[in-house]
Structures are given as structure tokens and as C-alpha cells.
Design a protein around this ligand. Structure first.
Ligand code: ZN
Length: 501
């Protein structure tokens, strides 16, 4: 009985996933190859697809199937695949039915137009031109939040979509705990003066940068038979299916670290998606479980592995061969310090590991203010600059490197920023657990071997897709819940050594 119901549910979910896939392809194309004037029609097509997707998923027949299956599978263990499929789909279904398809379509259409406008407004330093659309967008997200009455903070429903189980209050609490530990470390580093990162700011031809990055992510295990890399404004990873997980990157000729670490970051996201058990493909289980866990993987491969001393003891000689004029007089130690310079800066994606979370906290607070209405869009650029002055001691010359720098708000991503910091914290927790199981991992990384680490991550995180919540996954893999200590220890260890803290 339950088998035929399950098959019917899966068939319907596969069709829903097909529509989502079509939307993802159009989005990917929009951010990579679409000619500039294609934007309005593309926006309409995406809105149509997201409405169809929404209607198909919220069909009462889906709800009926889920109710029947929940009753039949209720006594299966939590880690049973079918029970997990029903549990996770039901959670998403109950969420989706509360939001009208018209609102979903309206948000999709507005954000396509807004994204297109942002790609021009940022180089032109023209925040004012985006204000009316941004105000409208915030209004639509408030309407979305109000589809879920009973929240404590108006951002809670949006945070819950990205990081299920978290809320404005729980994140504020972990952020303030983290801030208390972090601010003194940042101060101590600043007092010592920063290391020299000028070796990274010579001329590095983009094609060579690209080739070097590709070699590394192949060694990490990113499968180009099931993915590809293209260029964009603001790098991202996108999954069409388990067999087509794409990444994007960007290069700047005079900033070696920008393109290289963006590539490693997005490859980390892609390893997660390529590692999900193929049996979950085309269902709500076939994707990473939360923004935080996703960022834990991008940050783990970008930073804990990709900015480690062991890693560069293997790869730096190869980098020197590729860029002899630029690097032959730069020692491994000098290069290692250059890619790990800690100093307050203006741009989140370029920020070092220590100050990065301070950038995230600013965005998190400002977004809560926008959603609450305690902060108006017109005041955003000024508040942005004043928070950067007070939290990081730096001031951007204009809005390009201020409020216009991140794509998120201009492409409809709300309730998301906390995931970066949660991801940093979890990356250290997961890595510690992998090391407890396999103490040889750092020595293997120093030989350019990543299989043991990737296998442990696949076994304990990747293959499960969305079967477990963040908290369940963390407890199963590490034996503990979310906490700041593993990450603080990692930072103290690494930077303590470099800066003699
Ligand atoms: Zn990321």
C-alpha cells in the first residue's frame, strides 16, 4: 500500500523538481551568458516557472498523499529514508501552502529586475536608483513573513527557511557570545600591525589563475563530468541535479586571492551537492540541509584546508612554477602570511577568517532592522558606513564598496546572512570530528591528498542530503550541538602562531 503511494508522491515531486531545475538553468544563464537586454523577458519566464512550481507542489493531492503516508510510516525510525522523505516534504509543503502563488511570482519577477538593475547600479555607485525596488521587495518579504503568524521576530520565518530551527533570538545569542571572544582577538592582531599581502597584488593573467584553481578543485574531488565552471559577477554554486552541479567564479588580474579562494569556496558547496546519495535526486531530500551546513563546507575547503600551511607546502612550489616572475622571490612563509593577513577591511568576500564574522553580523543586524521597519531603505548607506566605522574601523569611499557590495538583497535572498557565520563555526566542529576519526588528515593534505577528508565528510554529511536537520546532522557527526569553541580554538591556534598572540 505505502509503496504505491510513495511512488505516486515521488513522481509528483520529480515533476516539481523538473520545474525547479528549469528555473535554476535560467537563473544560471542570467548570471553568466545572457545578453544585457534579455533581462525583462527572463524575469517574466522565471516568475512563470516559480508560480507553476509552487502550484504543482502545493496541489492538495500532494498534501493528501503526505497525510496518508505519514499515518502509515509514522512508526518507522527517524533515519528511515521513506519516513525522512515524508517528514521533510511535509515540512516544506506546510510552509509552501501558506504562501500564495501570486506572491511567489511577484517576488521572483521583482528580484530578476532588481538583480539586473544592481549589475549596473553597483559600478555606477547609484544606490538611489535601486531604492524603490528594494523598498517594494522588503514589503513583499514582510507579506511573506506574515503568512506565518505567531513568529517572535518578523525575520524568523525567513531565517527558518534557510536555517531550519534557528531564529533571530537564537542567532543574536550565539553572535553575542562569539563577538565577546572575537573582538579582543581582532584588537590584538591590529595592534601588531598586519602582514604584507603585496605579493598577491601583482599582475596574474586570468587564464593561468583559472587553470591553477581547476587543478586544485579536481584534486579536492570536484567532478567535471558532473559539473562545470563559468564566470559571473558574484560567484555561486547551483544544482540542477546530482549529475549537474555547477560553480561560477570571477578573477581579478591584480588580486590572486580573489579568484582562487572564490573557486575553492564554491567547489566546497559543490562537493556537498555532488556527494548526496543519488537516490534522493528530484525530491526535497536531494539538496544540502541548510545554509549554515552548506557554508560550513565551502568555508572548510576554502579556509581550513585551502589556507592551511600544509596545503601550501604542497601547492606553493607549483604556483611558483606557474608564476615565476611574480613569486620566485617570495618565500612559502611570506606567501602563507599574505593569504592569511588579518586586517579590518571593507569587502566581506575578501575578508580574512578572523574579521569575516564581523561583516556578517553587520548585515544580519541591518536586515533585521529593515524587516522590522526600524531602519529605512533611504538610511541604509549611511548606517552601513557608520557600522563599518564602529565595528571595523574602516570607511568605504562610496556605496560600491558599501551597501552595494553583496548581491543578496538585490537578488531576493533574505534571512540568509547568518548562515555564513554558522557555517564558519560548524566547519571547525566538523573538521575536528574528522580529525578525531582520522588523525592523519593534515599530513595527507600536505601531500595534496584529500580523499580521507572528503570520504569522512561524504559519509557523515554529504550523502544524507536534507534527511537530517542541521542540529541532528551536527550531533550525529560530531557528538555535540552548535557552539563557538571549536572555531575559536582554531582561530587562536592558527593566528596565535602567526601573530604571537
Ligand atoms: Zn558560500
Amino acid at each position: 500500500m505505502s509503496d504505491s503511494l510513495l511512488n505516486e508522491l515521488k513522481n509528483r515531486l520529480h515533476e516539481v523538481a523538473d520545474l525547479a531545475q528549469a528555473g535554476s538553468v535560467l537563473n544560471w544563464d542570467m548570471a553568466t551568458y545572457m545578453p544585457p537586454k534579455g533581462a525583462p523577458q527572463r524575469g517574466r519566464a522565471l516568475a512563470t516557472l516559480s508560480k507553476l512550481h509552487h502550484e504543482k507542489f502545493t496541489d492538495p493531492a500532494v498534501g493528501h498523499l503526505l497525510d496518508q503516508l505519514e499515518a502509515q510510516l509514522g512508526d518507522r525510525p527517524d533515519d528511515d529514508d521513506d519516513a525522512a522523505l515524508v517528514r521533510v516534504t511535509l515540512r516544506e509543503y506546510n510552509r509552501a501552502v501558506k504562501v500564495p502563488a501570486s506572491l511567489v511570482g511577484e517576488i521572483s519577477e521583482l528580484t530578476s529586475t532588481l538583480y539586473d538593475a544592481w549589475t549596473r547600479a553597483r559600478p555606477a555607485n547609484d544606490f538611489a536608483s535601486l531604492m524603490p525596488m528594494l523598498e517594494r521587495e522588503i514589503d513583499l518579504y514582510r507579506q511573506m513573513a506574515n503568512c506565518f503568524p505567531g513568529y517572535r521576530h518578523i525575520s524568523d520565518p525567513l531565517i527558518d527557511f534557510s536555517d531550519y530551527g534557528m531564529s533571530a533570538e537564537s542567532i543574536r545569542s550565539i553572535f553575542s557570545e562569539l563577538r565577546a571572544e572575537l573582538v579582543p582577538i581582532v584588537k590584538a592582531i591590529i595592534e601588531q600591525g598586519s602582514a604584507d599581502d603585496s605579493p598577491l597584488h601583482q599582475i596574474y593573467p586570468e587564464t593561468d589563475q583559472e587553470a591553477f584553481g581547476v587543478e586544485i578543485i579536481k584534486a579536492y574531488g570536484y567532478d567535471f563530468e558532473r559539473g562545470r565552471q563559468d564566470r559571473t559577477h558574484h560567484p555561486f554554486m547551483t544544482r540542477f541535479s546530482g549529475n549537474d552541479v555547477r560553480i561560477t567564479t570571477r578573477f581579478r588580474e591584480n588580486a590572486l586571492d580573489d579568484g582562487l579562494f572564490s573557486t575553492l569556496h564554491e567547489a566546497g558547496h559543490a562537493l556537498y551537492e555532488q556527494g548526496i546519495d543519488p537516490k534522493f535526486d528530484g525530491t526535497p531530500l536531494g539538496g544540502g540541509t541548510s545554509t549554515g551546513v552548506h557554508e560550513s563546507q565551502s568555508r572548510l575547503w576554502e579556509n581550513i584546508v585551502g589556507r592551511s600551511h600544509g596545503f601550501w607546502s604542497q601547492y606553493y612550489p607549483q604556483l611558483q612554477v606557474m608564476f615565476p616572475e611574480q613569486l620566485n622571490t617570495v618565500s612559502l612563509e611570506e606567501f602563507y602570511r599574505a593569504i592569511n593577513v588579518a586586517k579590518p577591511s571593507l569587502i566581506r568576500v575578501d575578508a580574512d577568517e578572523v574579521t569575516y564574522n564581523l561583516h556578517v553580523m553587520i548585515r544580519f543586524d541591518l536586515e533585521l532592522g529593515l524587516m522590522e521597519g526600524s531602519l529605512e531603505v533611504k538610511d541604509l548607506p549611511e548606517i552601513w558606513h557608520s557600522r563599518y566605522a564602529s565595528d571595523l574601523g574602516v570607511t568605504a569611499p562610496d556605496d560600491r564598496d558599501g551597501v552595494l557590495q553583496d548581491v543578496h538583497w538585490y537578488t531576493g535572498i533574505f534571512g540568509y546572512f547568518q548562515g555564513y557565520t554558522l557555517g564558519n563555526l560548524m566547519s571547525a566542529q566538523f573538521y575536528d570530528a574528522a580529525l578525531r576519526a582520522h588523525p592523519a588528515i593534515p599530513a595527507e593534505i600536505a601531500e595534496g591528498k584529500f580523499d580521507t577528508l572528503r570520504s569522512w565528510l561524504t559519509e557523515n554529511i554529504y550523502r544524507h542530503g536534507s534527511k537530517f536537520t542541521t542540529d541532528e546532522l551536527l550531533r550525529r557527526a560530531t557528538g555535540e550541538g552548535l557552539g563557538i569553541q571549536a572555531w575559536i580554538n582554531y582561530i587562536r591556534g592558527k593566528y596565535g602562531e602567526m601573530y604571537k598572540l
